[in-house]
Design a protein around this ligand. Sequence first.
Ligand SMILES: *Cc1c(COP(=O)(O)O)cnc(C)c1O
Length: 409
Amino acid sequence: MSDNVSIPFLDLVGLHDGLEKELISVFQTALKTAGFVGGPMVDQFEREFAHFCDVTHCIGVANGTDAVRFALMAAGVGPGDVVVTVPHTFIATTEAISQTGARPDFVDIDDRTHGMDPRKLRHFLERECKIDSISGKPIHRRWNAPVTAVVPVHIYGQSVDMDPILELARRYRLIVVEDACQAHGAEYYSKMDSRWKKAGSMGHAAAFSFYPGKNLGACGEAGAVTTNNPEIARQIRLLRDHGQSRKYYHEVEGYNGRIDAIQAGILQVKLRYLTEWNRQRREAATGYHALLERTCSCLTLLREPSWSRSVYHLYVVRTGERDKLQKHLTEAGIGTGIHYPVPLHLQDAYRSMGFRRGDFPIAESVAAEILSLPMFPGLTVSQQKRVVEEVASFEGIGDTLSVQSATTA
Ligand SMILES: *Cc1c(COP(=O)(O)O)cnc(C)c1O
């Protein structure tokens, strides 16, 4: 029977319980060496995270937004450019684009994966751009500005279908910066290369956030860029540290965008658990899927494509009755989230850009129907059963018995 013990959307306290000693010793090391900015803890974390992502360079930065911004700038995006991304993402993606001086534009998402639809990107490049006869680069017809980069977002922890996007990028000479801020450890099967690839290793560069709630989270703010390109890596090292290559010699004007050394030390500790935590998230997702499929007919479940190994930063379901279902679950003590309720092209912040309702219909209907269920490492099977029982009781079609039999079948 369902008791009324509440289930949080995300349990960060339980996650850190067993790590207290290790995390405190990071702080003690920082105190004893006064190594608060830069230093060996940063270098070691960068090496280990680069290894984890299968890339040659990792540059720690202050947060995920800086990571997207520096990656774009270092790869050559600047004022006057157009950068294409999706409207179904956190606003940091487009904030970072705007901060480079470029202008964001959007293509719609795929109805099944909720990631960038490569066909929509192709349509955009073919129909809304013309090719500059001298540079061979696409020019945005309406804005008369060069389209220089694309930012696919690995939303919910699942890689975008990258092969066709990389192919288009090659053809149209676009820079590709992956927004991997939700996808630490996600994998994509590339048919072009006949192998699984890590999120963060596929574009010219990729951005990660270590905001506390991400799959790999700091105890504060942090982010990183990954790349296989040594020149991009060098530029980002300049940009994050006031443009200096050595103290007080500034090659360019940069930013204060460095990673905090204590956070790097904490991330180094937590990185050792990430593979296991991601495994637990995948297991929980499989559990939800089996339970929901058998008991909750009014939900649309997202299927993992064969080319994807998601790390389930979020477990998202879809229903036309989203707001009512969320209210029902809240009253039952079950935490949920909506990631995200308003697509970026309809945000007040972008009102002046002239987008309209109907411009990106898939993103709009997804935003109206999605609900993120509790998902974190350590989420128990009985907690999941209770979540599913409450969803079923909302539908009025399920009961405890069918939930029980679904798990034992
Ligand atoms: C979290 C997130 C960011 C920004 O990261 P911060 O560390 O909060 O700056 C960017 N893009 C996406 C998709 C994110 O989820």
